[in-house]
Ligand binder design. Structure first.
Ligand SMILES: *[C@@H]1O[C@H](CO)[C@@H](O)[C@H](O)[C@H]1NC(C)=O
Ligand SMILES: *[C@@H]1O[C@H](CO)[C@@H](O)[C@H](O)[C@H]1NC(C)=O
Ligand SMILES: *[C@@H]1O[C@H](CO)[C@@H](O)[C@H](O)[C@H]1NC(C)=O
Length: 204
């Protein structure tokens, strides 16, 4: 195991416990519901990790992320669950972008940091725009049994989610250069959620 993957695993575990803690306090201590369907979908999703991914998503990470939205427990099919997962990811990107914007306001004009933050805001906006397209795809997707007029291959959905990789990495590189720890942690959480969305979308 390389130093990088040990580092990332440590962060992933930290994020996982924060996520669970945040969720149990948000629902006033009541335990968020987990359905067998969520667990099964997450089990399938965890088998779709790319072999070279240093931070593969686990079934547990998947379930705890889906638990962030109480609609997950109501989901009866993969389309609804993926729609919810995209919503969760969009929320995380918007929140991360809000903090980039905040830091930008406190940054001197004309500096390299200012430019990197400005690019990052555009990158995050672009991620949301792409995710909106993927979301529309899910709504229009009628499943493999839809027949000749279906118009959408099952591989198109993960390919759509995969398109957010580029803006995500661009922003990550910028933040890495300025060693903005809080923004980097948020960016990492966004990255894990992107992977999760890719894996879930790949199970359709
Ligand atoms: C999980 O995968 C199995 C085997 O491919 C499949 O039969 C099942 O329907 C899948 N479950 C979900 C929730 O996607
Ligand atoms: C989910 O939680 C919100 C408040 O956080 C509540 O208004 C809503 O009714 C809940 N939905 C379900 C399906 O439990
Ligand atoms: C930076 O430049 C923009 C546009 O020229 C200006 O609106 C803003 O007030 C400036 N910010 C600072 C901190 O100087």
């Amino acid at each position: 195991m390389s130093a990088t993957s040990i580092f990332f695993s440590a962060i992933a575990i930290m994020l996982l416990s924060t996520t669970i803690a945040a969720e149990s306090s948000a629902s006033g201590g009541a335990k968020p519901k987990v359905t067998n369907f969520m667990v099964e979908a997450c089990k399938n999703a965890s088998m779709k990790n790319k072999i070279y991914d240093p931070n593969p998503i686990t079934q547990e990470f998947c379930v705890s992320t889906l638990m962030l939205d109480n609609r997950s427990a109501e989901a009866k099919d993969l389309h609804s669950l993926i729609h919810i997962a995209i919503d969760i990811l969009k929320g995380q990107v918007v929140a991360a972008n809000g903090n980039v914007k905040q830091m930008l306001q406190d940054t001197k004009n004309g500096t390299a940091t200012m430019r990197a933050l400005s690019y990052c805001m555009v990158d995050y906006d672009r991620m949301v725009s792409i995710l909106n397209i993927c979301d529309t795809m899910i709504k229009e997707y009628h499943g493999r049994k839809g027949g000749a007029n279906d118009g959408l291959l099952s591989s198109e959905l993960p390919a759509c989610v995969e398109r957010v990789d580029k803006p995500f990495i661009d922003c990550w590189l910028g933040l890495l250069a300025m060693e903005a720890k809080k923004l980097l942690d948020e960016n990492f959480a966004v990255g894990m959620s992107v992977t999760l969305n890719f894996c879930l979308a790949s199970t359709i």
